[in-house]
Design a binder for this molecule. Structure first.
Ligand code: ISL
Length: 488
């Protein structure tokens, strides 16, 4: 294991910046707050820190709607704050990884405003279409039946341009047109900008959605009895995800970051897909893609009702069936999925951390997992997540991602030590007086102590290079062994 591939045995820690640490009292976390807490991250044994988006944004999707790809949002701080963060991280030997969100921009991005007006070269930076005329009503309707991940039609009429635009996510997140070479270059320039500023790599957002078929054909119905006609799952998505062009684009980005040395930069791809498709994001030895696509098996394939056999199935393929040379990785939570303690039950928090941190390869941790933070119940009136707001008061609970995004619980002071303001952008979980970092440090036994033991154990040759056996023992136990075979 050389510094060349520093991430191989690393713990990558996802910070959700809005909820990590607020230093200016506005109830929203900031870069200075992250800087202040880098010592803590060092202390718990983290190596890489991935920040969810910190770029200029109207925050319709809390930073995943970007209005300027090369600027910091004032709510998080300034470019100087960012440079300071990188500097402090360097002194601690921590690497900062940014979220790269290529699929869409905000509708408040200059490119979109100019695209509406057909100002060159922006006219085709987005996906525009006249729509068609309905046979039944004679009215203008979208070009096809495609649905947005956030529900409802994936097409929105723009009065000024007199055309529909395509949005795979919220209406305020128009999809960028990766069939336009200038846009492709523009996005590469954005990556280069941050690489020049010293970031150690990227987590690439929503990769499967980069391209859609040009024929714009309707997608087939899924026949999922639980899906309403405006639910994403109402359709089978053959024409809008994982197109060949997508894998090629990921390989181009890999080439771009591969050209950088000292430190070598990392690319992680976010792709919820079946196992075989996910593996394609590794690319090939000749044309490598992501260093690793996230392994979401411990999120999508198991839950609190799973049997040991389900755990065996979910983990085994990511140990035994990877292509030669492909690096494994483990993700047990993130800002889009309910917290481990809530999905599996509190008693399984340490167990899930053991899987993430002791199985072979990279461990990716979401902030709060080290202390077993739980989902926070956020009522309709306090709901912020656009996906939940779109669903409305009857259905928001099925969609909301707010419960896993509430402020980090540092101690038992005001707002759990997250902010000196009592008003925070999402409510602090009422369990904070007991469930917080300070309390767990003081306790003789806690998730925090277990987490630290686990990250420390990663320094051993057995965890770094050893073999792995996963097995079911009896009716109730899923077990795994890491071992190093010695030859004398
Ligand atoms: O969350 C999902 C499944 O649990 C996915 O459908 C997810 O919405 C998709 O993979 C993209 O997620 C990413 O991009 C979204 C943003 O809202 C999410 O927070 C982000 O992780 C749009 O930028």
């Amino acid at each position: 294991n050389t510094d060349q591939d520093w991430w191989r045995t690393s713990v990558i820690y996802q910070v959700y910046p809005r909820s990590f640490k607020d230093t200016d009292g506005d109830g929203v976390g900031d870069l200075k707050g992250i800087e202040e807490k880098l010592d803590y991250l060092k202390e718990i044994g983290v190596n890489g820190v991935w920040l969810s988006p910190i770029f200029r944004s109207p925050m319709a999707d809390f930073g995943y709607d970007i209005a300027n790809f090369t600027d910091i949002d004032p709510i998080f701080g300034t470019m100087d704050d960012f440079d300071d963060l990188i500097k402090k991280a360097d002194t601690l030997g921590l690497r900062i990884i940014l979220d790269f969100v290529p699929n869409h921009s905000s509708d408040e991005h200059e490119w979109f405003k100019k695209s509406i007006k057909k100002i060159e070269p922006f006219t085709d930076y987005y996906i525009w279409h006249d729509g068609k005329v309905s046979n039944a009503s004679g009215e203008r309707i979208p070009p096809n039946n495609w649905l947005s991940v956030f529900r409802g039609p994936a097409w929105e009429w723009n009065e000024e341009r007199g055309q529909y635009y395509y949005h795979q996510f919220a209406v305020k997140q128009p999809d960028l047109n990766f069939r336009n070479p200038q846009l492709v270059d523009e996005m590469k320039d954005a990556m280069t900008f941050w690489l020049d500023r010293g970031v150690a790599g990227f987590r690439v957002d929503a990769v499967p959605f980069l391209f859609e078929v040009t024929s714009l054909q309707d997608e087939p119905l899924s026949n999922d009895p639980t899906a309403l006609p405006d639910d994403y799952l109402y359709l089978v998505h053959n024409y809008t995800v994982n197109l060949e062009e997508t894998f090629d684009m990921v390989q181009q980005w890999r080439g771009l970051i591969e050209a950088r040395q000292e430190p070598k930069r990392l690319m992680m791809a976010e792709a919820y897909a079946d196992f075989e498709t996910t593996l394609r994001y590794y690319g090939t030895p000749q044309s490598p893609g992501a260093h690793f696509p996230f392994n979401f098996a411990l999120i999508t394939d198991v839950n609190g009702n799973s049997t040991p056999a389900d755990f065996l199935k979910a983990t085994k393929k990511w140990i035994d069936d990877l292509p030669p040379g492909a690096l494994s990785n483990w993700v047990i939570g993130n800002h889009d999925n309910h917290r481990v303690a809530s999905r599996f039950g509190r008693e399984l928090v340490d167990g899930l951390n053991m899987l993430a941190l002791l199985l072979p390869g990279v461990a990716v941790t979401y902030n709060g997992e080290e202390i077993g933070m739980e989902d926070t119940s956020v009522g309709w009136e306090q709901t912020k997540d656009p996906q939940a707001l779109d669903a409305g008061p009857e259905r928001y609970l099925q969609y909301t991602r707010d419960p896993e995004r509430t402020p980090f619980q540092w101690d038992n002071t005001t707002s759990a030590g997250f902010s000196n303001s009592e008003v925070t952008w999402l409510p602090v979980n009422s369990n904070y007086p007991e469930l917080n970092v300070e309390a767990q440090k003081k306790a003789s036994v806690s998730h925090y102590h277990v987490y630290k033991l686990l990250t420390a154990a990663r320094a051993t040759p057995t965890v770094q290079r050893g073999d792995t056996q996963v097995e079911v023992i009896g009716d109730h136990v899923f077990a795994f062994t890491r071992y190093l075979t010695c030859t004398f």
